[in-house]
Write a protein that binds this ligand. Structure first.
Ligand SMILES: [Zn+2]
Length: 107
């Protein structure tokens, strides 16, 4: 293998969690080694790093869309029905109900 053009490093943060970082700078790897936080380091070519980043971005978009659809399903359940007063059709609380307010982030 020729000189690697990028590295994937797994580092341990001060709180003990592991994070994976991609870098194209050798000094980042050296600094991580010196800090004692380097857990693993894998040399990769930029193309495979880009491919992995694309896969991660696509997975994140799919997860975002899945969560947005779930929120919409909940919002549709907790709709307003008029019965002389504003009332949630699902949980029968005053409208907007606590579930809707939680979705909106309003108190
Ligand atoms: Zn409700």
């Amino acid at each position: 293998m020729s000189e690697p053009s990028a590295w994937l490093m797994t580092l341990r943060t001060p709180k003990g969690t592991l994070v994976t970082i991609a870098t194209t700078r050798r000094e980042d790897v050296q600094n991580a080694e010196r800090s004692g936080r380097l857990v693993t380091c894998e040399a990769v070519c930029k193309e495979s790093m880009l491919a992995a980043a694309t896969l991660r971005a696509e997975a994140a978009e799919a997860e975002r869309d899945r969560l947005a659809a779930a929120v919409e399903r909940v919002r549709a359940l907790h709709h307003n029905r008029m019965r002389g007063a504003y009332e949630c059709a699902e949980c029968r609380n005053d409208y907007p109900c606590p579930t809707l307010r939680a979705l909106e982030g309003t108190p």
